[in-house]
Design a protein around this ligand. Structure first.
Ligand code: CAO
Length: 491
């Protein structure tokens, strides 16, 4: 665990470990002392610091060969389903030792959800739990609690996304954990923050709806829509990971842990903030870049759904390309960005629109966006989406081909960068997954397969927690680590 490493470091660099507060007090005491009679000897120039202590010497090892960013950090991973596992998988990719605690015999419920290969862990599970170790513990069994206590003492962070109150019902309240390990960071995903809905259980689409995404997604004349990107689950997991590393950073200075809470509603709202921007702009007049303005349709009192209009104030639409009649993804996102209006006019064969006062300025174009995009679509339907992309990129017109998951899975450049990775698994064989999307030059992520249920129980008990063989036997015989059938046999 991190503790051992930090002790070793403290020996070799005591000055670097001196807490900032102590250092400041010492400096004040010195300053308060009466001036010495003799002139003080000239002090050596102070070491350059980053505000929290001296930097270590820059490593002499080549980049990518001096460990990983979160090496030495140990995570007690009490997460399940998607939001929490997204967070701990990221931390594991950055080098943290992530120990996933699962219920004996059952494990994370996703192991058995959307099963495609009979008898093997589902892709739902494997794709969210890479690089972790698994231990099974019944947290409601006294011997299970014995193991959990040992884990709490030896880990840096506990991450959980149980339903509200579940962790407390296990006896793992903040006060209990903080007393056992004052350095521990306790990080939670919940559906809602404190308030009227804090006790509600929440899944992805509930969060998308409660966080303002659904009301602003879809077409004006249709119902609210949820998006395929898991902004509620994975999005909140990402937010939580940032909260955890930030809390680890603060702990370097304060020496103590803290609670980190990410509510899914808040995470979705953070990702939908441009729509709250538009809500406030409504008070000052219509949202002129929305298609409905050009179509003469009045605005109501809330940010409307805007179809595929661009959110950045530059009109954009999804347009058909060659083959759209049979290929559901033969489309391209096209933005009529003002700085490249001239290039757009040339490429679609309407050079006179560059100077025609009816089309020359963004303001003049707003009421004619339907006409303009119909004309651009006449051009895009003559080419494939990739041909449109090549032609447009050559003159800096930003466009986005609508890539299917099939195309993404087969895209060579994504394989080359490790964003799409093939992983081998003992019970399901080879499968594709999304690797770490955050690339760091000195902390290279390798994707290792997800653990089988309880695969690392023994090694964690002995190597991490230091239980002796007799203690392990006692814990195991109690039934605290095994499925209920085994418990009956043991009893
Ligand atoms: N040993 C013993 N009991 C365990 C255990 C273990 N190792 N792991 C979990 N349990 C128990 C919990 O203690 C809880 O028991 P009680 O209700 O008696 O206290 C029980 O299992 C169920 O846990 P849960 O309430 O978290 O799970 P659920 O299936 O009922 O609800 C979910 C799932 C996701 C709706 C809920 O956990 C939740 O709202 N989480 C917060 C928001 C969130 O992350 N949502 C995203 C879900 S998709 O990523």
């Amino acid at each position: 665990m991190a503790k051992k490493k930090q002790k070793a470091k403290a020996k070799s660099r005591p000055a670097a470990k001196k807490p900032a507060k102590k250092a400041a007090k010492a400096a004040m005491r010195k300053a308060a002392k009466p001036a010495a009679k003799k002139a003080a000897p000239k002090k050596a120039a102070p070491k350059k610091t980053n505000g929290n202590g001296a930097y270590p010497r820059p490593s002499s090892k080549p980049f990518g060969q001096d460990g990983k960013a979160l090496q030495g950090v140990r995570i007690l991973d009490f997460t399940h389903v998607q939001s929490g596992p997204t967070c701990t998988q990221l931390l594991a990719w950055f080098g943290a030792d992530v120990i996933k605690v699962e219920r004996p015999g059952v494990g994370d419920i996703t192991r058995g959800q959307l099963v495609d290969v009979k008898g093997a862990d589902s892709l739902y599970f494997t794709m969210l739990n890479h690089n972790k170790r698994s231990i099974t513990i019944d947290s409601k069994h006294p011997q299970g609690m014995r193991v959990l206590n040992a884990l709490i003492k030896s880990c840096d962070v506990l991450v959980e996304n149980f339903a509200p109150g579940a962790l407390d019902r296990m006896g793992l309240t903040w006060d209990y954990i903080h007393k056992l390990n004052p350095r521990m960071i306790v990080a939670s995903v919940k559906g809602f923050g404190p308030g009227p809905y804090e006790d509600c259980k929440v899944y992805e689409n509930v969060a998308q709806c409660a966080g303002g995404s659904a009301s602003t997604t879809g077409f004006r004349d249709g119902p609210p829509l949820v998006t395929g990107a898991q902004i509620g689950d994975s999005g909140t997991g990402l937010h939580l990971a940032l909260g955890i590393v930030t809390a680890l950073f603060q702990r370097n200075r304060t020496g103590r842990g803290q609670k980190v809470l990410c509510a899914m509603q808040d995470g979705v709202l953070n990702l939908s903030r441009v729509k709250l921007r538009d809500q406030q702009r409504l008070k000052h007049g219509p949202l002129t870049e929305y298609s409905q303005y050009g179509e003469g349709i009045p605005f109501g009192d809330a940010t409307p759904r805007a179809g595929n209009d661009s959110g950045g104030g530059q009109p954009g639409r999804i347009l058909k390309c060659k083959g759209w009649e049979t290929d559901p993804n033969a489309y391209i996102y096209f933005i009529t960005q003002a700085p490249v209006w001239g290039e757009i006019c040339d490429i679609i064969g309407e050079p006179t629109w560059k100077t025609d006062p009816e089309f020359a300025t963004p303001k003049a174009r707003l009421p004619k966006l339907n006409q303009i995009f119909e004309r651009i679509e006449q051009w895009t339907t003559t080419l494939t989406k990739f041909e449109v992309m090549n032609a447009c990129n050559a003159v800096d017109i930003p466009v986005g081909p609508i890539l299917s998951m099939k195309e993404i899975a087969e895209e060579k450049s994504l394989r080359d960068t490790g964003t799409v990775v093939e992983v081998d698994h003992p019970t399901r064989g080879k499968y594709l997954t999304v690797g770490n999307p955050i690339k760091m030059s000195d902390s290279i992520s390798e994707v290792k397969r997800s653990p089988l249920l309880g695969e690392h129980t023994d090694e964690i008990l002995s190597d991490v927690l230091g239980f002796k063989a007799a203690e392990i036997a006692e814990i195991k015989n109690s039934g605290a680590l095994s499925a209920p059938e085994k418990k009956e046999k043991a009893a």
